[in-house]
Design a binder for this molecule. Sequence first.
Ligand code: FPP
Length: 231
Amino acid sequence: MSTENLTHLAVIMDGNGRWAKKRNLPRTAGHLAGLKALKKIILASKKSDVKFLSLYAFSTENWRRPDSEVNYLMNLIASKLPSEIKFYKSEQIRILVRGDRTNLPKAAINAINKVEDETKEFSAITVILCINYGGHDEIVRSVNSILKENPTTEITEDLIKSHMQFNDIVPCVDMIVRSAGEKRLSNFLLWESAYAELGFYDTLFPDWDEQMINIVIKDYQSRIRKFGGIS
Ligand code: FPP
């Protein structure tokens, strides 16, 4: 039994499309339902004292989806982030957006900058939305920023870690979970997953709620973490 709190939980939100298909709805309806579930799991995580919640919203590979779906997701980011600021403030939620934002549509970049700025003093829970995020890309960007500072330096693990986005704010992930039955990481938090606990659940993401978060936390507490040592 782990006596440690689950401080940083990360969720690969999968199954929005399947949820919509089951109901004869367009895939976009699945993303909208996923957004509703996302709000529920933020509140449930906060209630359970999870301090950092990372959510995989758009990967560096998701650009391969049809333009209409990519545009829908980008518009969702650009419109919903600012319109939810009142909710974040009332719940003392800090929002950070992890990933390479430079290639996003201007409206999405503006929305991200605004929500990060307007929630920066809150700490009841920090929600890290991973947008245009890829684990490989994150490591490459970190190494490039080290080399920019000092082109002749020897690369070390500590240097890579210290040049990653939000390294000074967000602690290492404790558990990575995925919905909808798939059992892979899909380029999510590759550096950080070295000693993270993993959990895979069949429930499609739009059906996630407080009960699912309670299941995840119970699962985490049943694990024995050894970090390469002995228990
Ligand atoms: C994966 O399900 C889901 C995504 C790629 C998008 C997740 C995005 C949201 C929940 C909304 C985020 C919005 C904001 C404002 C942060 P899938 O489409 O791959 O599902 P499938 O495997 O069943 O097709």
